[in-house]
Design a binder for this molecule. Sequence first.
Ligand code: CTP
Length: 402
Amino acid sequence: MRPFDDRNILLVVTGGIAAYKSAALVRRLRERGCSVDVLMTENAEKMVGAATFEALSGRPVHRSLWERPLAHIELGKDADLAVVAPATANTLARMAGGHADDMATSTLLAVDCPVVVCPAMNTRMWTNPATAQNVATLRDRGVAIVGPEEGPLAEAEVGMGRMAEPVTILSELGRLLEPPGGLTDHKVVVTAGPTRAAVDPVRFVANRSSGRMGFALAESAWRRGASVVVIAGPTTAEPPHGPRLIRVEESGEMLDALRAELDGAAVLLMAAAVSDFGPAEALDSKMKKEDTGDTVSLELRRGPDLLSETLDQRSSGGVFTLGFALETHDGLENARRKLEAKGMDLVALNEAGHPDSGFDSPTNRVTIIDPDGAVEEIPLMSKEEVADRLLDRIEAQLRVAE
Ligand code: CTP
């Protein structure tokens, strides 16, 4: 899957406890279509066996300068990206110093692809001025530093120094592999997930939206170099790590956040399933069974329509808007009507009722319709792939408009 398809990644594993997490990184890279060559230092092998990496990468692990002449030159030659994960304090120091006394440092000195380093160490080692200086030196040379993160460390300590999670590293690698496109440095606002309307302090009216489509759009826009903010309702899906995240609950809160964030935005991706109706009045205390009969009537009132409410702001700001239309019948006709009424530049039609698309599904199937009525069918694929197709289309339209 783009931007990982057919890419060659060189993964250098050094001797940190987080080496086990790099095994998960290999798996994820392979799932996305990369080939991975793993190089392990002697200390790394004390943490995780080479057999694990051999099995996951499907290739022999490299470890010695002497495995064949010029192995350290050969290995990096075809790499699109070299990743050092985990990178110990010692590895950082040796890289900063330009050492070339083992297979890892020699290979890293010889590669001409971008290098990404994922430090992992004890907090005091990380904050030591020597490490800080080594990191600054590497950054100055164009090495990308991912992490570390704060959290539980070895020795039952908590602090800064944990290696970034494999999903985070994967996102960062995706951004480095993605060729620069039309969204670079543009502000993109994404809404995702459902909104809730309170019935009482413990109950609410909402819908089945998982937030996955919105999060996939946000990730794809961020990977393309955009500055992305996601305004998300309550979801259990993991939000993308790069974009700024604003959590909201009710549609009114989402509208307030949207109005504020549309300032300076170039693109709005309106994937949230905003609840159209909420209880006319939310109760202050819990509705008790003994106070109600066998049936309860709930009076619902229409909430704000966020696209309609922001129409003037979007048109005066020239914000390119992608909206969705979730339909059970007359899909094309209803989607076209929404596109026009809500001032969208593109609408992605979702036909409800298919278990493999729409709400709460990892896959989706959409039809893109533009203001001229042109229709493009996107067949069933993962929401991440659908997001990429939608953003390809938006980038193309923005190029034409420029
Ligand atoms: N939308 C919105 N505010 C709402 C409801 C929806 O901004 N209160 C946005 C959605 O994010 C989506 C588009 O409008 O991009 C269409 O949403 P959809 O649920 O398909 O349609 P509705 O406008 O709610 O109309 P209906 O329920 O009558 O089909």
